[in-house]
Design a protein. Structure first.
Length: 196
């Protein structure tokens, strides 16, 4: 995937993230005061945790696209039997940002943004099975979710500036105009079962 295309997809993913952040904030309000919405407390909290898991998927997708702008690929190799390949991949996405030489490190690999991304990943892991209701998960009130979301979003905004500058530099260096992007939104939508 070309840098410009990865940046374009990142912009689209962030558009979805901003949209979902509003929904997540509303869902948090319903989960915090479920009686006003005619939900049982456990049901409201479980639904919020599922919403948060879906939100984190978009955060991770955005980070992966940013990494692609810089030619960084993420592998699923796990440290000596620590995790499955799928879990290792999610860990490795954020671990790639820890490299101090990586251009995205200042925006996402340190400080509040890094802390928020790792906390969001932790919650994603804890809450990924919340919909089943079979496993007790930590209650919402234990976390400052507004801070986590806002810091992650701020970090992504700062990282966007770094990635956009890289793409502009590449275009200027080869005196090229940005190529029109054809994929628009198709890459985001998985085919429905009935389309297969």
């Amino acid at each position: 995937m070309a840098r410009a295309q990865a940046l374009h997809r990142f912009e689209q993913a962030c558009g979805r993230l901003r949209w979902k952040a509003i929904d997540l904030e509303n869902a948090y309000g319903r989960a915090s005061a479920p009686a006003g919405w005619a939900f049982a407390a456990a049901e409201a909290e479980r639904n919020f945790k599922v919403d948060f898991h879906e939100f984190y998927v978009w955060i991770e997708q955005a980070v992966v696209l940013l990494l692609k702008v810089f030619g960084t690929t993420v592998g699923a190799a796990a440290a000596a039997g620590r995790w499955t390949a799928a879990h290792a991949y999610h860990h490795n996405v954020l671990k790639a940002l820890d490299d101090e030489a990586h251009p995205l490190h200042p925006a996402l690999g340190r400080g509040d943004a890094r802390h928020a991304l790792w906390k969001a990943k932790e919650l994603r892991n804890r809450w990924k099975d919340a919909a089943s209701g079979q496993r007790e998960t930590p209650p919402l009130r234990m976390y400052d979710l507004t801070w986590i979301v806002s810091q992650a979003m701020r970090g992504l905004e700062a990282a966007y500036e770094v990635a956009a500058a890289r793409v502009r530099h590449d275009l200027h260096a080869c005196r090229a105009e940005p190529a029109p992007v054809q994929d628009e939104w198709d890459w985001m939508v998985e085919p429905m079962d009935w389309e297969a």
